[in-house]
Write a protein that binds this ligand. Structure first.
Ligand SMILES: Cc1cc2nc3c(=O)[nH]c(=O)nc-3n(C[C@H](O)[C@H](O)[C@H](O)COP(=O)(O)O)c2cc1C
Length: 202
């Protein structure tokens, strides 16, 4: 279930939304962040996709891929894209279940690396931005970011931007973090350019 929003000779960014709230805080962060990028977007909504959770069937240790085919399009887009933006609320220190299911299904790349010896399973380097919203005032998104480390390591992704919108039960407006979102989007765009135009490291 992918939607190509624009089509130019520009980088392709995969966006993944973790919230069930289409007009919620993380959706607004994603809207503002992507507005700053000159890119084409392939967008996934975790709640809408209803991807099955990983069952640890271990088929991905025998062949490169997944025994279930519901995420074939997602995996193709993930492998082809130039960068990734994940926008999600924090639920009980983690990601909402549908987004966590997507993260767990990335186990196929971990198996490709460590059971099938693919080094790396995806050769293209990609920057990732993580946009989080949280009800609490002191959630820093560290635990959520750490959950992504393992799959990012084996898929040539690097978390280069993390923004947390705190205290969302009391703060509706994004104005106080608008400049942070703009700055991080510019940082992300610069890294994207340098990765695409050269072989320089992050
Ligand atoms: C099931 C559930 C669990 C939550 N757990 C946390 C939590 O552990 N820490 C936190 O800071 N906020 C927590 N929240 C609050 C949400 O993170 C917060 O309302 C967020 O801004 C919602 O984002 P959205 O508007 O993009 O959907 C939780 C909310 C729900 C519904």
């Amino acid at each position: 279930m992918s939607i190509i929003l624009t089509e130019h000779m520009v980088p392709v960014i995969m966006t993944v939304s973790g919230s069930p709230r289409k007009d919620g805080c993380s959706a607004e962060m994603l809207r503002r962040f992507t507005h700053e990028l000159d890119a084409a977007f392939v967008s996934y909504d975790a709640y809408g996709c209803r991807f099955a959770p990983c069952t640890d069937c271990r088929a991905c240790r025998q062949f490169e891929g997944c025994a279930m085919d519901d995420m074939d399009g997602f995996f193709a887009d993930f492998e082809a894209c130039d960068g990734i933006v994940i926008a999600s609320p924090i639920y009980n220190m983690s990601f909402p279940a549908p987004l966590k299911a997507i993260i767990d299904r990335m186990q196929r790349y971990y198996s490709a690396r460590f059971f099938l010896g693919k080094r790396p399973p995806i050769s293209k380097r990609r920057p990732v931005a993580l946009l989080l919203s949280a009800g609490s005032e002191d959630e820093d998104g560290e635990f959520a970011a750490r959950q992504l480390e393992k799959i990012f390591t084996v898929t040539n992704c690097e978390l280069v931007s993390r923004i947390v919108r705190n205290d969302t039960d009391h703060l509706d407006s994004m104005e106080d973090i608008a400049s942070e979102i703009s700055q991080e989007a510019a940082h992300f765009a610069n890294l994207l350019d340098s990765i695409i135009n050269s072989s320089h490291d992050f």
